[in-house]
Design a protein around this ligand. Structure first.
Ligand code: ASP
Length: 461
């Protein structure tokens, strides 16, 4: 889309602004470690600004899905296209997740991070975190997830009340279910009769995307606040060092996964990996900062649609579904963590056990909520499914990895978001729905021409 303003200045790229905010936030957080009362100051006066930012993003996620998916489906003309989008994305999601888990298992078996953990470290970590409310909560949450029957997941997808579904960001699949149902019904009614609804959602979609632009203006400040808060509440560096080899194993696995995505982008989308990374960077940086794919979703959608050219009908289905059911980073992490715990506690795992990990981590990736720390809840279920850990060993296992969970969560969320974006590009390309990017800035239509500009414009005519 052409710019409405004749005197566009070259803008400083958003991802660089966010990066600067991140570094300053980390620096500020580190400095606050050494200031008396610095931690409380950061948590009381700085962190809330970051939390407001996350709330704003979550606030617009549901209206954005609603508007863009209804518009997307009703533009389709032909319902078989939609079947293709659905089928392909689910298939590729499952495929990439299995590859992620396999990478995790191979790396953890090669690097053996659990082998080097001393009895003493296990003792210290168990004592420090064994009764941590964070761990106890995760065990309880896992128990309630586990008691669900095999078809519970499908049953949960169907809402009995639309407003109930929209009231909770965790019910994204229910909203998607309603919207698809609604959109298909719209396709079955003559176009002129549904035109008012279509126009309404069209306009709503534009407005919500503009809200994303406006919220993103505060992103550099928000990431400063969020990262400063993460740094001041992080664990004792000594404990982090004890888990360095384990953390490194997860990080190498995640990096290999990024390599795999870039390969897919090159081969199937025929685009340069640098192009992809540059366009997606703001969403990746936010995923890293917020540790939540759900909070990042509006930005991921905006980047993929406006900056990469994926058409609405693909992006508006593939990305929200991906944020809910596709978590490659999380499942890779679960594979590494499960085997690491087994190695550290001296529980031998044979091939069958590792296959069980593949299957349960795959299910866990579908079942994990897209919020911070969710991957660890599902890890409990993975460990239980292996069937070789005593309940208290599972608690010790969680205590072992708890200290580095937040930084690893930040990284795996970045991979989760990158995976969703990759799949949306592949699906779009495969059905001819990858068009030209059409970037809109927040101020494209703002009436901010100065008086001089207007005079100049008149005299040009
Ligand atoms: N925080 C992750 C996400 O939102 C889930 C997890 O691995 O804990 O994607």
């Amino acid at each position: 889309m052409t710019k409405a303003l004749p005197n566009q200045k070259k803008k400083f790229p958003l991802h660089l602004k966010i990066l600067i905010g991140m570094f300053l936030g980390i620096g500020f957080g580190l400095a606050m470690w050494y200031v008396d009362g610095g931690k409380d100051f950061t948590l009381d006066w700085i962190k809330p600004w970051g939390s407001i930012f996350i709330k704003l993003l979550k606030l617009i996620a549901i209206p954005l899905i609603l508007a863009s998916l209804i518009k997307g489906i009703s533009d389709l003309q032909d319902i078989s296209k939609f079947k293709k989008i659905g089928g392909r994305s689910i298939l590729i999601y499952v495929g990439t997740t299995i590859i992620a888990i396999t990478i995790g298992l191979v790396i953890v078996n090669i690097m053996q991070p659990g082998g080097g953990v001393s009895e003493e470290t296990i003792e210290t970590l168990t004592q420090t975190y064994g009764n941590d409310p964070g761990i106890v909560n995760k065990m309880v949450a896992a128990e309630s997830q586990k008691s669900a029957g095999p078809l519970q997941f499908v049953e949960d997808m169907v809402p009995s009340n639309l407003f109930g579904a929209m009231a909770d960001n965790g019910n994204m699949l229910q909203v998607i279910f309603f919207v698809i149902f609604f959109g298909v019904a719209m396709l079955l009614i003559p176009e002129e009769r549904v035109k008012p609804i279509k126009d309404f959602f069209d306009a709503l979609n534009d407005v919500v995307l503009k809200m994303v632009d406006l919220i993103m203006l505060s992103a550099p400040y928000a990431v400063f606040a969020l990262l400063a808060a993460v740094v001041v509440s992080s664990e004792d560096p000594e404990i982090l060092v004890a888990l360095l080899w384990y953390a490194l194993t997860v990080i190498i696995g995640l990096l290999l996964m990024v390599g795999f995505y870039l390969f897919l982008i090159g081969v199937f989308v025929k685009k340069s990996p640098f192009w992809f990374l540059e366009k997606l960077a703001p969403a990746q940086l936010l995923a890293f900062t917020t540790s939540s794919s759900a909070a990042t979703l509006p930005v991921t959608m905006e980047r993929v649609e406006e900056h990469m050219g994926v058409e609405k009908e693909v992006a508006s289905f593939v990305l929200p579904v991906g944020a809910t059911i596709n978590m490659d980073g999380t499942s890779l992490y679960q594979a590494v963590a499960a085997v690491f715990i087994a190695q550290a506690l001296g529980v031998p795992l044979d091939l069958m056990d590792q296959l069980t990990i593949v299957l349960t981590a795959l299910m866990a990736s579908i079942g994990s909520a897209a919020v911070p720390g969710a991957g660890m809840v599902m890890l409990v279920i993975v460990l239980q499914a292996v069937g070789k850990f005593e309940p208290d060993q599972i608690a010790i296992g969680l205590a072992l990895i708890f200290a580095v969970d937040r930084p690893l969560d930040m990284l795996r969320t970045t991979i989760n978001v990158t995976g969703d974006a990759t799949v949306s590009l592949i699906v779009a390309k495969s059905i001819g729905k990858l068009g030209e990017p059409h970037v809109e800035d927040w101020d494209d239509y703002a009436e901010n021409l100065s008086h001089d500009d207007l005079v100049q414009e008149k005299s040009d005519k």
